[in-house]
Design a protein around this ligand. Structure first.
Ligand code: FAD
Ligand code: NAD
Length: 465
């Protein structure tokens, strides 16, 4: 492709937002380039996020089951051992297969893959090294990076972010996780299952503070049973590296006592922030908000005509599927079609064991907004399939409008929660009610029946409790 080519769209970033936007734009007949600064495609999600973390969660869960559950189910395998190098090789292969798949998809859709840092030098020009890409539209899909914490110096060996925690060479004796959010709990679980003592230090008074309060409570109870320790309402004031590891000074909130902890590895997981380094936003006058996120209107357009942004670099949940959906809708808007995203129906899943999954409003949000609602809750314990699977921890809770019965939210803790939530997401997309779920035939025996029973419970008529 010569420098004179005028693209319809140049996408900067090849994470789930960027590469999906590029594919959809190409499907719609647009001439597209996708610029990626890293040598591999796929962004955070494929390389150091969703995919490698799920690979390690999956293998460590199997090991955990073999160690602690098989014997009770009558399966005798002796004392299970694990080979960390092989586990990591599995993870690396999964990542490589995924990123190769994205390379194939770009090629298949005749998208020009441009390697290098993309800098916006004008509303119609992206500079990559010495090359100037001329284009009618620019999509910023540059994602996010780890939020740093003052006084905590990351070296990705003893003080690590999620990236380092996905590649530790040995199981730490004691891992201290700063932040009881999704990354802290997923990666904390991985290393706890493999034998590390894990302590989670969380600033707020509960873990998973943005999820429904019942989910936070139940998950903390279950993790504590698994052996993870929690220090809530606590912050890390200081971290000093020593020859042995790291000495941490913790301070309890509201003037409580301070204490010290010694860790072999510290995982910093207090959130992520928009990544816009080297993009040249100031030069072209693209506005960012007070958290450094690119400001957009309802159609993903920045304050500069023809420059758009999607995914982690803009407002909203930092989730791969949210980025993907924004990529699709934006490509359709650029191609002259219309589209919208229902941000009230974007599920969030924590892939621990058990899983936690959420969609829509939490009880706390409904109370704060003064919305009259009914809640229906049903425990896994009362479901035959859950008992057969030895997976009785957890519940499904459905929140419905008190007057119209429309489903406003659903919160699940339990085996396969991330899969079960999909049914409720679909119902919410169609503006459906709890009664709609309750009247839908659910196969027996399935975990999905817990969802049906929770929907029945909204009207106080659960059958099996
Ligand atoms: P990214 O995936 O971050 O991609 C941005 C890309 O842009 C990167 O490849 C970057 O190199 C490139 N880039 C940046 N600047 C430039 C430039 N100037 N020029 C060229 N290229 C540039 N989400 C889920 O939904 N489910 C999960 O299970 C999940 N697990 C996660 C686990 C971990 C450990 C982490 C860290 C995140 C996880 N996430 C998960 C979040 C998910 O990874 C992000 O929401 C998602 O990757 C955002 O996609 P994006 O396309 O906006 O950005
Ligand atoms: P998070 O926002 O989920 O959790 C960060 C936690 O750190 C919060 O509980 C917060 O209260 C706490 N915290 C903040 N400052 C602190 C401090 N100084 N000391 C102690 N605790 C502090 O962020 P994360 O876990 O880093 O994940 C980043 C993003 O990646 C999230 O937005 C998440 O959506 C995404 N992600 C998603 C998945 C998934 O979908 N399964 C998995 C991993 C990451």
């Amino acid at each position: 492709m010569s420098d004179q080519t005028i693209y319809d769209v140049v996408v900067i970033g090849s994470g789930p937002g960027g590469y999906v936007c590029a594919i959809r734009a190409a499907q719609l007949g647009l001439k597209v380039a996708c610029v990626e600064k890293d040598n591999v495609l796929g962004g955070t999600c494929s390389n150091v996020g969703c995919i490698p973390s799920k690979a390690l969660l999956s293998v460590s869960e199997k090991y955990e089951q073999a160690t602690h559950q098989f014997a009770g189910l009558g399966i005798e395998v002796g004392t299970p051992k694990f080979n960390l190098a092989k586990m990591m090789a599995h993870k690396d292969k999964v990542v490589a297969d995924n990123t190769k798949g994205i390379t194939f998809l770009l090629k298949k859709n005749k998208i020009d893959h441009v390697v290098g840092l993309g800098e916006i030098v004008a509303a119609d020009t992206v500079k990559v090294g010495p090359t100037l890409l001329k284009t009618k539209n620019i999509v910023i899909a540059t994602g996010s990076e780890v939020t740093p914490l003052a006084g905590i110096e990351v070296d990705e060996k003893t003080i690590v972010t999620s990236t380092g925690a996905l590649s530790l060479e040995k199981v730490p004796g004691h891992m201290v996780v700063i932040g009881g959010g999704v990354i802290g709990l997923e990666l904390g679980s991985v290393w706890q299952r493999l034998g590390a003592k894990v302590t989670v230090v969380e600033y707020m008074d509960r873990i998973l503070p943005t999820m429904d309060g019942d989910v936070s409570k139940e998950m903390k109870k279950i993790f504590a049973k698994q052996g993870i320790e929690f220090k809530l309402s606590t912050k890390v004031a200081k971290a000093e590296k020593t020859k042995q590891g790291v000495n941490l000074t913790l301070e309890a909130a509201e003037g409580g006592k301070s204490e010290t902890l010694t860790a072999d590895v510290v995982l910093l997981a207090i959130g992520r922030r928009a990544y816009t380094k080297g993009l040249g936003l100031e030069a072209v006058g693209v506005k960012t908000d007070n958290r450094g996120r690119v400001e957009i209107d309802d159609h993903f357009q920045t304050n500069v005509k023809g420059i758009y942004a999607i995914g982690d670099v803009v407002r909203g949940a930092m989730l791969a599927h949210k980025a993907e959906d924004e990529g699709v809708v934006l490509a359709e808007i650029i191609a002259g079609q219309s589209g919208h995203i229902n941000y009230d129906a974007i599920p969030g899943v924590v892939y621990t064991h058990p899983e936690a999954a959420s969609v829509g409003k939490t009880e706390e949000e409904l109370k704060a907004a003064g919305v009259a609602y009914k809640a229906g809750k049903f425990p896994y314990m009362a479901n035959g399939r859950a008992r057969a699977m030895s997976a009785t921890d957890g519940f499904v809770k459905i929140l419905a409008d008190a007057k119209t019965d429309r489903v406003l939210g659903c919160h699940i803790v339990g085996a396969e929660a991330g899969t079960l939530i999909a049914e409720v997401v679909s119902v919410m997309e169609f503006g459906g009610s709890a009664e709609d779920i309750a009247r839908t035939c659910h196969a027996h025996p399935t975990l999905n029946e817990v969802v049906k029973e929770a929907a029945l419970a909204v009207d106080n008529r659960a059958l099996h409790i």
